[in-house]
Design a protein around this ligand. Structure first.
Ligand code: ADP
Length: 230
């Protein structure tokens, strides 16, 4: 769950990137965040991942009050979020299997649970047949699916996706959003997806939060066109 209460955020040079933002995303919701370049989307993500701290107001994520979070609690907090980046950030010399397993190994999980869980998420992302390949042998869409598998491997209550379709051919972009929707439905994972692709948001519909000039200017459900006849 995400709760931003009257949040303002100023960079050191004085730029006020966010003004009095109020935003709540409940457990199990799927929300798009849209806005022009410079609107404040990245600044919100920085606050949500505790890469920056609000200048005023409160930021609560997955039950952690980020205004009061101690540095030693940051790793535990970060593990409660699966993050998906525009540029995938896979480890080039590891196989698909190992890229995903790595996220479990770093948290000292048993080999038995790794052997059970990794094939399960690869299957869910339609990647079982690619397990032994390396990222460079995959298309952009497939690489992003590996990154989704890695994001969800430890059952985080929240996945934050920052322009996840930005480096993917348009015909495969929709598939990434469908996968995120599937994770949302099957596992009840809250999904926050930042995108500048308005056409895609209109196609899928759903909760859409529009940030402009550091303010929430629209936050409502839009009806998608996914079911419209051609
Ligand atoms: P978006 O992700 O929507 O493009 P940002 O959150 O990156 O927007 O930027 C919001 C505002 O903060 C913009 O005016 C931008 O120029 C400014 N900004 C972003 N990063 C910094 C920084 N490191 N220092 C100062 N100002 C910044």
């Amino acid at each position: 769950m995400i709760d931003l209460i009257d949040v303002s955020f100023q960079y050191e040079n004085g730029t006020e990137a966010l003004h009095n933002v109020n935003l709540r995303v409940n457990q199990g919701e799927f929300a798009f965040v849209v806005g022009s370049s410079g609107a404040g989307k990245t600044s919100i993500l920085k606050l949500l991942l505790r890469e920056a701290v609000a200048t005023s107001g409160q930021v609560i994520v997955n039950g952690f009050n980020l205004n009061k979070l101690k540095n030693r609690q940051i790793p535990k907090f970060r593990r409660s979020i699966g993050v998906v980046f525009q540029d995938f950030r896979l480890i080039p010399d590891m196989t698909v299997y190992d890229n995903v397993a790595f996220a479990m190994r770093v948290t000292d999980q048993s080999n038995k649970s790794i052997r059970q869980r990794v094939p399960e998420v690869l299957e869910m992302m339609n990647l079982a047949h690619k397990a032994k390949q390396h990222p460079y042998e995959l298309s952009g869409g497939e690489q992003q699916r590996v990154s989704l598998a890695r994001a969800l491997i430890n059952h985080p209550p929240l996945i934050i996706a920052d322009e996840p379709t930005g480096n993917i051919d348009p015909e495969f972009s929709y598939e990434i959003v469908e996968m995120l929707q599937q994770i949302n439905k099957q596992a009840g994972t809250t999904i926050l997806m930042v995108t500048h692709e308005h056409e895609m948001v209109k196609y899928f519909g759903g909760r859409t939060i529009n940030i402009e000039e550091g303010r929430v200017v629209f936050d409502d459900y839009i009806i998608g066109g996914a079911n419209e006849s051609e």
